[in-house]
Design a binder for this molecule. Structure first.
Ligand SMILES: NC(=O)c1ccc[n+]([C@@H]2O[C@H](COP(=O)([O-])OP(=O)(O)OC[C@H]3O[C@@H](n4cnc5c(N)ncnc54)[C@H](OP(=O)(O)O)[C@@H]3O)[C@@H](O)[C@H]2O)c1
Length: 249
């Protein structure tokens, strides 16, 4: 993997308080990148000349717009926007899904990501430059999982949204991807393992991932995303990308 010097490149990461988002923030900072980070909870890096943080709910369209404007004003441009914020819940059979629970989920995983996409689209169009948009998707976009109807629907929507944006915005200089990052040992995995077999029949498989440490490490994911965004030799044409498993099962 050949990555150019990324010093001074500007990345936005949503959902950066914990898990993959927080790990990517630290990895990118160590590479000299400038960062705009948001989440509802506390962010892992302090504000400074190269870091902007914002405590917001990604489902709040006006807050996402203001955050994007603040990032562009502080750093002059945004090179990479990663829509990483996401939730798993509700975990239940499709027959038990309530409109309220599904709406709450979509407000974050679909509408929240859409607001981020739109912010980056507006930014790239406004400064007549180039940019990369990465939506963090999941293997759950590729096929159903019993108990995960909301999550599967939301991530599949994100894949199709990413393909659509690529068609609409490539000529304006925006490259868009939906990336399934593999299984990473974050709080979301702990939530999965805490499910009963009754609501999530595949739960044993996820205990096995933990027992055998078959996870993709966050720095492995971070490097692949940076390769997609910045490696001049990476000339793949697909929008929906599935990262390989880092470890043999
Ligand atoms: N872990 C895996 O194995 C795996 C596999 C495939 C895909 N993914 C995807 O990877 C992404 C990161 O997941 P993770 O595993 O790192 O999960 P995580 O540890 O639960 O972290 C989720 C992040 O999203 C943020 N978030 C959730 N709701 C939000 C909201 N309403 N507004 C703003 N931020 C919000 C959380 O921050 P706050 O709660 O502080 O707001 C947190 O920073 C998600 O999109 C997930 O679907 C994960």
């Amino acid at each position: 993997m050949t990555l150019p010097d990324l010093t001074g490149r500007v990345a936005v990461i949503t959902g950066a308080s914990r898990g993959l988002g927080a790990a990517m923030a630290k990895d990118f900072q160590a590479r000299g990148m400038k960062l705009a980070l948001c989440a509802r909870g506390e962010l892992p890096l302090a504000d400074g000349p190269d870091v902007l943080t914002s405590r917001l709910d990604i489902a709040d369209e006006a807050a996402v717009r203001a955050f994007a404007d603040a990032a562009a004003a502080k750093f002059g441009r945004i090179d990479l926007w990663i829509n990483n914020a996401g939730v798993l819940e509700p975990v239940c059979a499709a027959r038990d899904l309530t409109t309220e629970a599904l709406q709450r989920h979509f407000n974050i995983n679909v509408f929240g990501a859409l607001y981020g996409c739109q912010a980056m689209q507006r930014h790239v169009a406004s400064h007549d430059g180039e940019g990369v948009l990465i939506n963090i998707s999941s293997g759950a976009a590729w096929g159903g999982y019993a108990g995960w109807a909301a999550y599967c629907m939301g991530k599949a929507a994100l894949d199709r949204l990413s393909e659509t944006i690529q068609l609409e915005e490539a000529a304006q200089g925006l490259r868009t991807y939906a990336v399934a990052p593999g299984i990473i040992d974050t709080g979301m995995q702990a939530t999965i393992r805490s499910c009963t077999e009754e609501v999530f029949p595949m739960v044993d498989k996820f205990h096995e991932y933990k027992n055998n440490n078959l996870f993709n490490e966050p720095d492995f994911v971070a490097e692949h995303l940076l390769q997609l965004a910045f490696d001049p030799d990476d000339d793949r044409s697909e929008v929906v990308v599935r990262l390989p498993a880092q470890k043999e099962s």
